[in-house]
Design a protein around this ligand. Structure first.
Ligand code: GLU
Ligand code: MG
Length: 448
């Protein structure tokens, strides 16, 4: 590792890179980082750099909650180790290289609060059962001029939705994004003007889960840097105004065995259990994948954000939108999109939660109910009840109850990390208790 890191550092230094940024995402989905001089990269790769263990109990507002027994005092340190295999130069911040970080205990052993390690463990467990997961995020965000206090008063484009005309004022920014994604090794599927207020969307090509989470983290930074260069600012917040469509960071996954995509041809076939597992755990799952106070504001019926627990084939109101393969795209294209997922989710934990729920459903051979083609939000309460379709938890308290009672989410995150995660959520809840929706939206707008 030292050799690989030294060689990489030397090459980077020769091209003008002076520092390496080591990044991770905390329990609020907020990226955090440390920079080491490029000459210190090899030492960091071997010994890590010291950071506080309290990052695991930072809440969304940078308040440290000491509300988790394992992390209740100001004492403690962990080591942040850059993952050298994923090191790359930042196209939009030319003096810096970037690598995702793994947090380990002071003695180098695994640290139970490291979100990346939690996902690695879940991926290994799935792989021991013979399953391989492919994953990719879609990212919606709103654009405004730099310095704009919010999106509503200074939208960075005026539509029409999906129109090339909406993008013309953003031409230079768009070109930089396309260039920098490529240069940063991020594989983009597509980019367009979305239908929300000043909203844009791009999607990343599916890859292995840990890389998908790393890529999502790097994509955020690449986008922010590109926006900064062009006098813009971006909001990745789940909701950017009380009325406008929110920003979903939909998570697409597929599950494979021996090179075969098990999600091909649903509702029949082995992969039905995966989707059924996700459906069974949706309330607890959503507490991890859409975990913030503004996340719960986003999950309203009629916004394509998902509000009720059901699945459908290409149903855009469904939290679980099954995307079938086709004659044109082949069976391997099949995947399931989780809509209740956003930038306030830690991408590693979101994937750990999804894979644990899905693989459990597969292992148990769960069967799927019939898909729903309509929007149950337009049905009567009685009709939904008869169809067994419930509202997704839409308050932080309900989310916490669902999370606390889920053995599979405990398995996905591990006892300690789940405890810290819930303590952080409780801190956010207390912060929001007496605030208006407008205040909540404003306070989260630029956090991610
Ligand atoms: N903006 C919607 C959301 O909050 C998603 C719209 C779409 O289907 O792409 O998730
Ligand atoms: Mg979209």
């Amino acid at each position: 590792m030292t050799k690989q890191a030294s060689a990489a550092a030397k090459d980077l230094a020769a091209t003008g890179v002076v520092g390496a940024q080591i990044a991770w995402a905390d329990n609020n989905g907020i990226p955090r980082s440390r920079i080491v001089p490029i000459a210190g990269l090899a030492a960091a790769a071997t010994r890590g750099i010291g950071t506080t263990s309290l990052f695991a109990v930072f809440d969304t507002h940078d308040v440290i909650t000491f509300g988790h027994p394992g992390l209740a005092t100001p004492s403690g340190d962990v080591r942040l180790v850059p993952v050298i295999d994923r090191l790359r130069r930042l196209a939009g911040q030319r003096a810096l290289a970037w690598a995702p970080g793994r947090q380990v205990a002071a003695d180098g052993s695994p640290w139970p609060y490291c979100q990346r390690t939690a996902l690695e463990n879940v991926v290994s467990a799935a792989s021991r059962r013979g399953y391989e997961i492919r994953a990719g995020f879609e990212m919606e965000f709103a654009v405004a001029p730099a310095g704009a206090p919010d999106i509503a008063s200074a939208p960075g484009h005026h539509g029409p939705a999906y129109s090339p005309h909406a993008l013309i004022p953003l031409d230079d920014f768009v070109a930089t994004v396309l260039h920098d994604f490529e240069a940063n090794g991020l594989r983009l599927n597509q980019f367009h003007a979305e239908y929300g207020l000043a909203q844009l969307e791009l999607s990343l090509t599916a890859t292995d889960p840990v890389s998908a989470a790393d890529d999502q983290l790097l994509a955020r930074q690449t986008l922010h840097a590109a926006a900064h260069r062009h006098g813009l600012r971006l909001s990745f917040a789940p909701i950017v105004s009380p009325e406008a469509a929110g920003n979903g960071w939909h998570l697409h996954t597929s599950v494979w065995r021996k090179g075969r995509n098990l999600l091909a041809g649903l509702p029949d076939g082995e992969g039905a259990g995966y989707l059924a597992g996700l459906l069974r755990d949706l309330p607890a799952l959503t507490a991890v994948t859409a975990p913030s106070v503004p996340s719960t504001l986003r999950l309203r019926p009629g916004y394509f954000a998902s509000a009720y627990a059901f699945w459908g084939v290409e149903n855009r109101e469904a939290p679980l939108r099954y995307v079938p393969g086709s004659q044109l795209l082949g069976d391997d294209h099949a995947n399931v999109e989780l809509k209740p997922c956003d930038a306030s989710a830690n991408p590693y934990l979101a994937l750990a939660a999804v894979i644990t729920a899905g693989v459990a459903g597969l292992a148990e051979g769960l069967s799927l109910p019939d898909p729903v083609a309509e929007d149950p939000g337009t049905w009567t309460e009685d009709r939904r009840a008869a169809a067994g379709i419930a509202r997704l938890p839409d308050t932080p308290d309900e989310q916490d109850r669902a999370l606390a009672s889920s053995d599979r989410m405990r398995e996905a995150l591990g006892e300690e990390l789940l405890g810290a995660f819930r303590a952080v959520r409780a801190s956010d809840r207390r912060w929001a208790a007496d605030r208006t929706v407008e205040d909540i939206v404003a306070a989260h707008l630029w956090r991610y």
